[in-house]
Ligand binder design. Structure first.
Ligand SMILES: Cc1ncc(COP(=O)(O)O)c(C=O)c1O
Length: 394
């Protein structure tokens, strides 16, 4: 059977106006990295997030933002970091590289993200930080989780890679924590030519070290120079954070990507709204199918980055359903194997978790193709195929 509705690796199609902005930057940007398009994207992003100017930093991808946040945590021997087991691998390993041990937190079976309760359960006296992942584009209960982290003195990092524009309690995902990370990867609702990311840092003193950390430790000379070429073109001197050294890298995002990102911010709410309307249409049209449990929310803004459901009868029926869909030419996928189940994490000694909800959800979940550019005809075809596949299993 030919695939009619594919699970695309690309979330959006660019408008002619967006393409023109990228082309203009290709023609005229000088330099091609670290220039005024970066500044513009950062300024516009901070405004969009309703956070202070100077707190958002463009980076090469979401993983780079996570790696930088991991350095800023400055873990000590034995420190733990609470992380949901049900997430994408980059939510976790940057912290392990900096010496933290993961304390896997479970998710809520219905929302598929952590709650204040599941985070609290995973917090031990060794916990130093918490990563909350707004998976699928659904924002976790941030006011409650932030209050818990404040009470317990924990650094709070939001992995909002999938959640640009999603909101809870009238605030944007990624604006509640000490740090927030965003991804503009090819799959995301906003993508800067396939790779890109943003790091939000709340504390201004910490934010001040980010430009050098992001760019090889490059910084200005602290003294006035008589000859602009002496002692060299630029200085390298990584600022210390609380008297501790940080190690820089090159995490910069190019100017063409930044120009496009700044332009796309004008359309991101429209993209999210269109995805939300479609998701709710699809979910409501299947309301009489108890075999699929979607997540329909009224109390916050979901961006429906992904359209995922749990097959309520369990893993066997999930597999039969996916096979049936594939036979009809619809390529659904299964996502986010709990990290403790990967050989990679097991070999590191992090293969133990008590996360029954994450396990149960993953084992019976299905993620439908849901790129923004899916045609109405494709959506209707997928809806009809879903109904038929379920009917054949009854
Ligand atoms: C939840 C989550 N965290 C982190 C990342 C890493 O982002 P990037 O691919 O931009 O490095 C991704 C996506 O790719 C993600 O989905």
């Amino acid at each position: 059977m030919d695939i009619k509705v594919n699970f695309s690796g690309r979330s959006i199609r660019y408008t002619e106006e967006e393409i023109a902005v990228a082309v203009e930057a290709m023609r005229n940007a000088d330099p091609l990295t670290q220039g005024h398009y970066r500044d513009e994207f950062e300024r516009k992003f901070a405004k969009y997030q309703n956070v202070p100017e100077g707190s958002c930093f463009t980076v090469a991808n979401g993983c780079a933002a996570l790696e930088m946040s991991a350095q800023i945590c400055r873990f000590r021997q034995g420190d733990e970091i609470v992380i949901p087991a049900h997430t994408f691998t980059a939510s976790a390993y940057p912290y392990l590289k900096k010496g933290a041990r993961p304390a896997w937190a479970d998710v809520d079976l219905r929302t598929r993200v952590v709650t204040a309760e599941t985070v609290e359960k995973a917090v031990t006296p060794r916990a130093r930080a918490v990563v909350v992942v707004h998976l699928y584009g659904y924002v976790a209960d941030m006011p409650e989780i932030a209050a818990l982290c404040r009470k317990r003195g924990l650094i709070l990092i939001e992995d909002a890679a999938q959640a640009i524009g999603a909101e809870v309690a009238g605030r944007k995902a990624g604006s509640f924590g000490d740090m927030g990370i965003f991804s503009f990867h090819s799959h995301k609702n906003l993508t800067t030519l396939g790779e890109g990311g943003m790091l939000y840092v709340k504390d201004p003193a910490t934010a001040a070290v980010i430009p050098a950390l992001r760019h090889n430790g490059h910084c200005a000379y602290a003294f006035a120079r008589r000859d602009y070429w002496k002692p060299a073109m630029g200085n390298v001197d990584m600022p210390m954070l609380n008297d501790e050294p940080l190690m820089p890298s090159n995490y910069c995002l190019g100017e063409v990507e930044c120009a496009l990102g700044a332009k796309m911010l004008e359309r991101i709410d429209k993209i999210n709204d269109e995805k939300r309307v479609r998701a709710l249409y699809f979910i409501d049209a299947l309301a009489d199918c108890p075999e699929l449990e979607f997540h329909r929310v009224a109390d916050r803004r979901h961006n429906y980055h992904l359209l995922a459901a749990r097959v309520t009868a369990g893993p066997q029926m999930r597999d039969d359903f996916m096979r049936g869909m594939h036979e009809k030419g619809v390529k659904c996928v299964v996502q986010y194997i709990p990290l403790d189940r990967y050989d990679f994490y097991r070999r590191l000694g992090f293969g133990e978790a008590n996360c029954p909800n994450g396990d149960a959800f993953f084992d019976s979940m299905v993620s439908f193709p849901f790129q923004h550019w899916l045609s109405d005809a494709d959506l209707e075809y997928m809806l009809a195929a879903t109904r038929e596949a379920l009917a054949s299993l009854r």
